[in-house]
Ligand binder design. Structure first.
Ligand SMILES: Nc1ncnc2c1ncn2[C@@H]1O[C@H](COP(=O)(O)OP(=O)(O)OP(=O)(O)O)[C@@H](O)[C@H]1O
Length: 203
């Protein structure tokens, strides 16, 4: 079980959320919903350890988590608005480097097979700066699936994706959950059939 207990976030004089708690069991998917600027990204950044917890605690399997620890980062796969790519490097170099930094050993054939599933294998030798926004996002999602981490934190993962890629992402999310993974994602529109956490309930 992944749990957040009594999390809070203040920015300047504004409280974005307080007393926030939820749990996410194996195989669960949670839609983090709320209007622009209500704090969805801020919450994901706290969970991912990119911003300090201002209050409360994270727990994994009943144990308190240090969100800045290497052990915690090794449980997460994080996909943001702006996929982190080195623009001067090729697609292949980017993905090889990010997997190596994450400690994932895969040969190029395995990586290229996943890139092909996300329709970005043809861009293997292309400099990342030349990718379209949707291709950047597809590459980030291919990388997410290759990382094989139990908790996915996805910030507006459907942005810039065409209908085919949106369907593919849903399939990937459901496959991950079916394999016992957990997914917490933000999305501006309502999603049928997925549990919702309305962040503004904690404002
Ligand atoms: N110093 C500050 N003082 C007051 N408010 C601040 C300060 N810094 C940031 N904010 C506010 O904190 C909020 C941070 O929003 P965040 O990016 O977490 O929201 P979001 O729900 O992900 O938004 P979006 O849906 O637009 O991506 C914004 O409303 C921003 O204006």
């Amino acid at each position: 079980m992944f749990e957040t207990i009594d999390l809070g976030c203040r920015k300047g004089r504004r409280t974005l959320f307080s007393g926030l708690g939820f749990s996410l069991g194996a195989g669960e998917v949670l839609h983090l919903a709320g209007s622009n600027g209500c704090g969805k990204t801020s919450l994901l950044r706290q969970i991912a350890g990119f911003a300090p917890l201002q209050s409360g605690q994270l727990r994994w399997q009943g144990q308190a988590v240090d969100a800045r620890s290497h052990a915690w980062r090794a449980r997460l796969a994080w996909c943001t608005h702006q996929p982190a790519l080195k623009d001067a490097l090729s697609v292949g170099e980017n993905i090889r480097t990010s997997l190596r930094l994450a400690g994932v050993q895969l040969d190029d054939a395995a990586i290229r097979e996943t890139l092909a599933q996300w329709q970005v294998a043809e861009q293997w030798s292309l400099a990342a700066r030349l990718l379209s926004q949707g291709q950047r996002r597809r590459l980030a999602l291919a990388s997410l699936t290759l990382l094989a981490r139990p908790l996915w934190l996805l910030d507006e993962p459907f942005n810039a994706l065409d209908d085919t890629a949106c369907r593919q992402l849903w399939q990937a999310i459901h496959r991950h959950a079916a394999a016992g993974g957990r997914v917490l994602f933000t999305h501006h529109a309502a999603v049928a059939g997925v549990r919702v956490l309305a962040l503004e309930d904690f404002a």
